[in-house]
Write a protein of this length. Structure first.
Length: 195
């Protein structure tokens, strides 16, 4: 067991689909990363988002990591329009109502703090006075949830970079870079039991 299993983390660049096959002429992972043909993304980041994505051929990870009942924490650095203030941060921490698939969803409590992102997250060409960064950790992942949350409190997302899934981190990786991990180290960082 475990023979032939492959585990990678990648820094998915912005403007790239979270899949290896092309769709509607858009850039896909296969255009950016030279990885084995039998691996696939575990979870996803939308096309406009970037950062940490797990790639593997180990199907057991999917249910362990993606099942909402398991509630794994994911951390994002988010650049928003405007200087986010304490009351907006408090609202995000406590949970806000967003629309998911046409229904109102009350977000679970989140960990949120204003700050400066890691050095490998290169800034956008906009004035820092006009934007601010906030670190948001969630244990749920509805479609475009972070973007909907920041918009709800009046600070639209300009840039969204996932840096962590539990203790698995992007580290020093830059856009379009990847590295391989062994199963034991990966599962430990994801807080998953090794079968």
């Amino acid at each position: 067991m475990g023979k032939g299993k492959k585990y990678y983390i990648i820094y998915k660049p912005k403007g790239c689909l979270s899949q290896f096959s092309k769709e509607h002429g858009k850039r896909a992972l296969g255009d950016v990363f030279d990885l084995p043909t039998d691996v696939y993304p575990v979870g996803r980041l939308d096309e406009d988002s970037e950062g940490l994505l797990l790639i593997s051929n180990d199907k057991s990870i999917n249910s362990k990591l993606l099942n909402p009942l398991n509630g794994h924490w994911r951390t994002y650095w988010v650049q928003v329009s405007g200087q986010i203030h304490k009351s907006a941060i408090k609202a995000l921490v406590n949970g806000v109502d967003i629309v998911v698939k046409g229904k109102i969803h009350s977000t679970l409590p989140a960990r949120v703090k204003k700050g400066n992102p890691p050095k490998n997250i290169l800034p956008l060409n906009v004035s820092e006075k006009e934007t601010s960064w906030v670190k948001i950790s969630l244990c749920e992942g509805k479609y475009r949830q972070v973007r909907k949350m920041t918009a709800k409190v009046g600070f639209p997302t300009l840039r969204l970079v996932r840096t962590h899934i539990e203790e698995l981190e992007l580290g020093e990786l830059k856009p379009s870079e990847f590295k391989s991990l062994d199963k034991k180290a990966l599962f430990h960082k994801l807080k998953l039991s090794v079968d």
